[in-house]
Every structure is written in structure tokens, then in C-alpha cells.
Design a binder for this molecule. Sequence first.
Ligand code: FAD
Ligand code: SF4
Ligand code: SF4
Length: 408
Amino acid sequence: MEAPGLQIDPAKCTGCSLCVKACPFGALTLEPREKFDLPESRFKRIAVVNEACTLCGACVPTCAFDALALDEIERLGDERIEDYRGVWVFAEQRDGQIQDVVYELLSRGRQLADERQTELAAVLISGDLTEPPAALGAWGADRVYWARDPRLAEYNTDYYTQIMSDLIRAHKPEVVLAGATSIGRAFIPRVAVRVRTGLTADCTSLDMDVEQGLLLQTRPAFGGNIMATIICPHHRPQMATVRHKVLAKRQLETGLEAEVVPVAADLQPSLTKILEVVHELGNQVNLAEADIIVSGGRGLGAPAHFDLLRELARELGAAVGASRAAVDAGWIPAYHQVGQTGKTVCPKLYVACGISGAIQHLAGMSSSGMIVAINKDANAPIFDVADIGIVGDVFEVVPQLIRALRER
Ligand code: FAD
Ligand code: SF4
Ligand code: SF4
């Protein structure tokens, strides 16, 4: 009846099945009591947990008979939640250069750490760097744990997982944040499993319940139709990946230096061998960094019509984005896609052409500085977020815009 960590009290369980329905992992079943060596009871069945249990705790409050309990010692090993202190940010670098998302995470991390009156540390895994790691102090880091080794110059899932997990076990931070980049998405879930905690992927905002020490991790759920705030009450650290450009960057003071703590990289043999690093074409689009984006949707009607947007983009010095409908139609490659399952962007100017403004598209661009929407349907939801709305045909409006820009 028990899994390590989840206790089911046979004296209290009535076999009511509420917990079975509440378990998101199908880890609970009802079994005849006679299968087990149990004292006599007027109830015929009892809840039984199987190996699918993740110790998420969701079933515990559903039991009206107090028959379920999670064992705290099992969840945290021989430590307590109070033993975990400090906020950490994974300081992702590529080609020795710290990535922009790190500054965003440090900026928010500093605020969270201040609210909890604790330290902010960065974890840097790299070969040589283009700037000294102590400079992360200007972004609020009190300390930088730096694992430096020529073998770490290129990303390696095994090495990164090992270093991060070992550091977490040694120093016990209460919060660990990483960018929801291809690197963060690849190794942070492995770290979460190794240190036996939860992970909220792709967060769009982070807050802190200071009293309880709970990180409030908000992200779109159910296809982007609701925003869910997720907590991790029974495990530590609380881990989250956050998309680029959803948090604001706040540099403190240039010249502030963080303490740099070298980390001995005692690397176990890796199962991965890097043969070659190929920079994908998508990087050239660089949507995430663009100050101006011109995006097209199904309203463009055909792949060739993206040429019109490319022309407008050239005049504006903009990158070209797209809705998923345009990508799914095969009109433009997927790395142009903006939205919940595409890129999150935050340009100064976003021009949406023939895009309806579905919530999944808005999830990726609604924090843009200024939004201009061109759509022939005056009731299109894109106009709810647009600063300037042009009700009209893209094939009339866009050529006029191009002409006006050329005549400047
Ligand atoms: P439509 O909704 O068909 O809108 C086309 C618009 O063009 C209409 O408003 C129409 O009035 C207008 N139009 C037509 N002709 C013209 C013209 N000549 N001139 C001007 N206007 C014209 N979508 C994304 O974009 N990004 C995502 O990352 C994303 N992720 C998703 C994830 C999930 C789990 C799900 C379920 C959906 C996701 N979607 C995403 C899809 C999303 O729900 C919409 O289907 C999609 O955004 C619609 O694209 P669209 O606005 O181009 O097309
Ligand atoms: Fe037993 Fe409680 Fe589950 Fe009902 S909810 S089956 S009483 S453990
Ligand atoms: Fe299911 Fe979570 Fe309860 Fe385990 S702790 S039985 S996974 S609801």
C-alpha cells in the first residue's frame, strides 16, 4: 500500500476513491483488502500506490479521512526545507559570452533574494570567457560559482548536469532559475530529477510568497488559455526555466564585483561526444534580439506574399516573424514563429499583418513596446493589444507603408 514517501493508513482508508481520481500520474488504484494481511474492516477496498508515484502530494489533501501522508524525511533526504537558502541563476554562456537572458534572470533574482533576505549567486560553466565573471556583480550577483575547464567550452549535457547537481547538493539553494533556452531546456530537467525536486518550465513571471518562502511560478497552461501559478511546497530547490525577454533587465551599478568561487570540475566520462557545432540558420533570424519585427499570418494567403513583408522589414531594419498558421502552412520556416510554441519576443515595434491575435500568438509578443496591427476584420482580437490598429487589407496598407518609408 505504501511507496517510499507516501503513507496510506489502512485503519483510516475507506476505499472512497477520491485520491485515485486526484492522482495525475495514475499511481493510485483501489484493491480488495483481502489481498493484504490487514485487520478486519467494514470497508472492502483500500487505496494502493504504485511505482508511478512522483510524490507530488496532490492526493494528500483530497482524502477526507486523513489516510494519506507524505513523509518529509523521504522527500528531502535527511534535510529540511529550512536548510535551503539563497537564489541561484544558471549563467548560460555561448562561445564565452554570457547570454542576455542571464541578465534578466539576475535582475529578477536579485529582487527575489532581497525579498527573502538572502544571497543571489550565479553558476557559470565554461571554458574561457569574453568578460570576467566578477562583472556579474553589476547585475546583482553576490557570488559566482565558476566551473572552468576547456572541456566545458562547448555545451555537454552530461557535464552540465553533473556540475549543477553536485553544486546544488553541496550548497542547497532554495531557488534555481535558468533560461528556457535550448541549453536550459536540455539539462535543467535532468538536474531536477537528480536532486529529486520539481521544475516549472517556460515561466512568464516569477513572484515570491515571502513568508512561506514559496516561489510563485506562472506559466501558460491548457494550450495557453489560462495562466497557472505553480508552487513547489514540499521539495527543494524550487526550479524554474524562464523565457528570454519576459523579465526586465535592471543593471545595478557598473563596476560592482561578485565574489568568484572556483569549482573543481571533476568530470565523469561523458556519453556524449561533440563532433561538430553547426550554427542553425534560425540564429540568423535573431527574432529574440530584434528591435523591430514585421510578422505575417494566414491573412497573407500564400508563401510568396511574405516577400511583401520582407520588403517592409528591409525598409524598417526589421526581422520577419510569423504566426503558427503561416508556419504550419509551410509558407515560412518554423524558426520564424512567434508565440507560445515559437519564440517570445519583446521588440520596440511589432507589426502584425494578417494575424488574428490568438492567445497563443499574444503569449509570445504582447509585451512588445508598440504593437501595430493590420487586419481587415475590425473585430480581430489583435486589436485588443494593439497600440495602433489599421483596419484594412495588408495588400493595400503594406505597399503604402513601404512607399511612405522610401519617401522619407
Ligand atoms: P488566423 O487566426 O486564421 O487569422 C488570420 C487573420 O488574417 C484574420 O484575423 C483575418 O481577418 C486576417 N486577414 C485575412 N486576409 C487579410 C488581408 N488580406 N488583410 C488583412 N487581414 C487579413 N499560434 C502562433 O501564432 N504562435 C504559437 O506559438 C502558437 N502556439 C500554439 C500552441 C498551441 C498549444 C495551440 C493549440 C495553438 C497555437 N497557436 C500558435 C495557434 C493559434 O491558436 C492560432 O491558430 C494562430 O495563431 C492563428 O494564426 P493567424 O492569426 O495567422 O491565422
Ligand atoms: Fe482511502 Fe483517502 Fe484515498 Fe479515499 S481518498 S481511497 S479514504 S486514501
Ligand atoms: Fe499520485 Fe502524487 Fe499522490 Fe503519488 S503523491 S499517489 S503521484 S497524487
